[in-house]
Design a protein around this ligand. Structure first.
Ligand code: 5GP
Ligand code: ZN
Length: 113
């Protein structure tokens, strides 16, 4: 765990978050400032700065499948959803612990800003 990392602290239960589900590898929880009716974040329990630092293919697969599971939990499979991994400055990544946004519950625009 990276002590100063916000999402490590959420994973560790030090900072409260509304959990959607947890596995032995990932935690899914609600974004504090949702930008869609459903806005869930999925993070690995182990700290990785961003997608660019994630070399563990198995964990990458688990993260992606957990995003689908979050969509399933939120009843988005039929209507659709978007999975976003903001990576680095130009993408607007604001928390340096890899996280997948799962967004849905309304028609999402494309392209993003
Ligand atoms: P990023 O901008 O890095 O792609 O996404 C970070 C996300 O984390 C943002 O959508 C932001 O609202 C969310 N976030 C920031 N701080 C907290 C927090 O303390 N709790 C929760 N649940 N989400 C947070
Ligand atoms: Zn972390």
């Amino acid at each position: 765990m990276a002590e100063s990392c916000l999402f490590c602290r959420i994973v560790g239960g030090e900072i409260p978050a509304e959990e959607v589900f947890r596995t032995e590898d990932v935690l899914a929880f609600r974004d504090i400032s949702p930008v869609a009716p459903v806005h869930v974040l999925v993070v690995p329990l182990v700290h990785h700065d961003s997608l660019s630092q994630l070399e563990d293919a198995e964990l990458a697969g688990k993260l992606l499948l957990a995003a689908v599971e979050a969509a399933r939990c939120e009843n988005l499979l039929e209507t659709g959803y978007r999975v976003v991994l903001n990576t680095g400055r130009d993408a607007g990544q604001s928390v340096g612990h890899i996280h997948a946004h799962v967004l849905g519950g309304r028609a999402l625009e494309w392209p993003p800003g």
